[in-house]
Design a binder for this molecule. Sequence first.
Ligand SMILES: Cc1cc2nc3c(=O)[nH]c(=O)nc-3n(C[C@H](O)[C@H](O)[C@H](O)COP(=O)(O)OP(=O)(O)OC[C@H]3O[C@@H](n4cnc5c(N)ncnc54)[C@H](O)[C@@H]3O)c2cc1C
Length: 358
Amino acid sequence: MTRSLGIAGAGLIGRMIALAMQRAGHTVTLFDRDSRAGHDSCSWVGAGMLTPLAELEKAEPIITELGLASLKAWPLWLAGLPEPVYFQSSGSLVVAHQQDHRELEAFRAQVTRKNTTAAQLHRLDRRALAELEPELAPRFNGACFLEPEGQLEPRMLLPALAAALDAAEVVWHEKVAVTAVAPGCIQTAQAGYHFDQVVDCRGLGARAQWPHLRGVRGEVVRLYAPEVQIGRPIRLMHPRYPIYISPRPNQQVVIGATQIESDARGPVTVRSALELLSAAFSLHPGFAEAEILETAAQCRPALPDNLPALQVGAGLLRVNGLYRHGYLIAPAVTAACVAVLSGEPQPYPTLLQSDDAP
Ligand SMILES: Cc1cc2nc3c(=O)[nH]c(=O)nc-3n(C[C@H](O)[C@H](O)[C@H](O)COP(=O)(O)OP(=O)(O)OC[C@H]3O[C@@H](n4cnc5c(N)ncnc54)[C@H](O)[C@@H]3O)c2cc1C
């Protein structure tokens, strides 16, 4: 049966739920205070790492389960979009400088201990590393190779999703702030809109409905680095947060991300820029002549357990808390939301939450 669906928030998860539901035959209307470009969303700044195994170091195993399922699902999603999206699943490497060698061993031990899947983690010596990434071998004795991991380019995915939504004739109220979301109703300053079902995907914009939601600031730097030839995301062990150095099309490289318990949305700080750029330069001397194309900062929407959650009620579904895992888990979280909205069996019941309990 065709139903009407209103979605508040057209970041990553709002776009994906909208597309899945419209393609399933429902009539979807999207609302966002931002433009279609989405440059003001957390999703625009996200780095697009798809690293389900490495996340085991700090995250719950459900993130790895959602991430591995999503890695399988991304190629199908991307094949259904009208524009190309850079996607890679040829593994990631974790390296450490000599002084951080123990941290790499601790990382490997922790991930191996928590890895209940068949996903592969390999220890590489210098020769094996040189075969995979020749330009890294002079500076590193070895590495961990996380075989199932990958990345995608959010700056290509978000426009491609927008193009798909337009082609599917989803109604999109852009630059319209939602003032309230209630069962079956989305309220803006101008009007109230009624639907069979409503989904709240406003991330940090839905804080009033998720009292324990917090922002976790993250910063990234984009470089043009023609003197650096690396083929996959490299994670450099860092005492404060994981730093990824990830090659992108057109000789660009993304370096990120910081992770700071703060809601501040201001520009990238000197300290963070120094940390990110020093990490890159310590990985490869070719970064010395790289050009800084962009620095960007945003806040990740996070719940107290740093896990995503779905609050389900009659005529209203709220999804939030994608934290640092939005791209990693979006296809699986979308499948969970579609199951709720379609009354189908829930593939990930642990995501369901009755309230915002800390
Ligand atoms: C620096 C950084 C690096 C990251 N790196 C990665 C990574 O490598 N891998 C990974 O998986 N994840 C990463 N993430 C996390 C990922 O980007 C987020 O989990 C994801 O983007 C969250 O998507 P969302 O749709 O829930 O929220 P958002 O992208 O914030 O979308 C919410 C939308 O709601 C709209 N909105 C809010 N309030 C209102 C309102 N009142 N009315 C109308 N519209 C409203 C906003 O405009 C926005 O478009 C990173 C995040 C950051 C900041």
